[in-house]
Design a protein around this ligand. Structure first.
Ligand code: S3P
Length: 453
């Protein structure tokens, strides 16, 4: 489905209790990696539960443009015929990454060690995001980069084969930077090593191993050393993608703050490098229970039961930040409804996500009459102790700045608002959670969907 050309608003209003059971769609991070590694394996892989959001479809388009054959059957199973590590072809036109930072950064790693040139383009949000964090290490491996001012898209990458193996200590906690280097290492002779002082999501490591790469992880005093041996041969796999804990978090927080709610969210991935939000919501007094814990696709998964709860303020320890880096917008909404003052700092990375999530969330929450203090690296939020947000009868409009998680966070805030919340543009939600409004409808909350201007 193509996007409407102009913004489409969405309005949410005070909701009756949410109830029922919903199934959360596939994890975005794992879906990107499943497509990339399948395209780099020799032969046909099958993927079930792939997230069919715009970001993941951008990755599929890029892998097709570089030679893989990718198809979907009518039951939703995806078939990827890979070309083998080293076998990628030079794309004939620029790779359009849309809004997807993960596609862009990981694929730059893939291209860096192939003897091809690729140009990456993206939407207005992606074109503002820093790519120097990727081009710096990959240049040390021999790839060449030429981008817009400030190392931004459009950016052309010329890979080098054979590339030079690298040992690199991550200067920021970023799974995208780590993964880009490991993916470049796949087609690089010798050992490429990433030193990770603060652990980030480990889906790349798990899946690379699953595809047969020679990858080892050592942990010394909490520092992770990840080594990959190139040039690797990847064997095709059957992958089952678990549900996305980041998407599930919007449903979970909605159930915690809408009085009387009682829901079950099925199929939630609970990899410890991703599940920080649930630990924090429980610490706030959230009634959250893990049911039927199991393993799906080499990742821990459970169904989670969530009931309306009286939330208390929280201080988030810095060590847990990377395991919930995408969940701060919705945690800010939970903090705004809690009792007491929440201190949410150490979040500098939020300023370079799809939008500046500290500034944009601060602006939206202030419009909802929440008292807060904006710091360089986070927010200090005075909770409303369960009282509704905003002013009576006064609808608030929030700008989502092409950021799906901002749009979804304020759509949830609208469910506990006095006068309703209008999001200026719901289109970005299609990047990661296309069934967002449909799942809320199943739980009994209907959003008003405005038409595009
Ligand atoms: C992702 C890593 C994180 C996260 C993003 C997905 C990934 O980005 O914010 O949504 O799939 O590797 P950073 O590496 O910039 O922290």
């Amino acid at each position: 489905m193509t996007r409407p050309a102009s913004p489409c608003p969405l309005t949410s209003r005070t909701a009756a209790p949410l109830s029922g059971t919903v199934h959360v769609p596939g994890d975005k991070s794992i879906s990107h990696r499943a497509l990339m590694l399948s395209a780099l394996a020799i032969g046909e892989s099958q993927i079930d539960g792939l997230l069919e959001g715009e970001d993941v479809l951008a990755t599929a388009g890029a892998m097709r443009a570089m030679g893989a054959t990718i198809k979907r059957d009518k039951n939703g199973r995806w078939y990827v015929h890979g070309v083998g590590v080293g076998g990628l072809l030079e794309p004939e036109t620029a790779l359009d990454m849309g809004n997807s930072g993960t596609s862009t950064r990981l694929l730059m790693g893939v291209v860096a060690s192939h003897p091809i040139t690729a140009t990456f383009i993206g939407d207005a949000s992606l074109s503002k995001r820093p790519m120097g964090r990727i081009s710096t290490p990959l240049s040390l491996m021999g790839a060449r980069f030429s981008g817009a001012e400030g190392n931004r898209l459009p950016m052309t990458v010329t890979g080098l084969y054979p590339a030079v193996p690298l040992e690199y200590r991550l200067p920021m906690a970023s799974a995208q930077v780590k993964s880009a280097i490991l993916l470049a290492g796949l087609n690089t002779p010798g050992i490429t090593r990433v030193i990770e002082p603060i652990p980030t999501r480990d889906h790349s490591e798990r899946m690379l191993r699953g595809f047969g790469a020679d990858l080892s992880v050592e942990e010394v005093d909490g520092v992770r050393i990840i080594s990959i041996h190139g040039e690797a041969t990847l064997n095709p796999q059957h992958i089952v993608v678990p549900g996305d804990p980041s998407s599930a978090a919007f449903l979970a927080v909605a159930a915690l703050i809408v009085p009387g709610s009682n829901i079950v969210i099925e199929n939630v991935g609970l990899n410890p490098t991703r599940a920080g939000i649930y630990t924090m919501l429980k610490a706030m007094g959230g009634n959250i229970e893990y049911l039927n814990p199991r393993e799906v696709g080499g990742e821990p998964v459970a169904d989670i039961a969530v009931r309306y709860s009286h939330l208390k303020a929280i201080e988030v320890p810095k060590s847990i930040v990377p395991s919930m880096i995408d969940e701060f917008p919705i945690l800010f909404i939970a903090a705004a409804m809690a009792e007491g003052k929440s201190t949410l700092l150490g979040l500098g990375e939020l300023r370079v996500k799809e939008s500046d999530r500290i500034a944009v969330m601060a602006a939206g929450l202030k419009a909802l009459r929440v008292t807060l203090e904006e710091k360089e690296d986070g927010l200090i939020i005075e909770g409303q102790a369960g009282n509704l947000l905003g002013e009576k009868e006064k609808q608030v409009t929030v700008a989502s700045h092409l950021d799906h998680r901002i749009a979804m966070s304020f759509a949830v805030a609208g469910l506990v608002s006095k006068g309703g919340v209008e999001i200026d543009d719901r289109r970005p939600i299609m990047t990661s959670f296309p069934v967002f409004t449909a799942l809320f409808k199943e739980l009994g909350a209907e959003f008003e969907m405005g038409v595009s201007a």
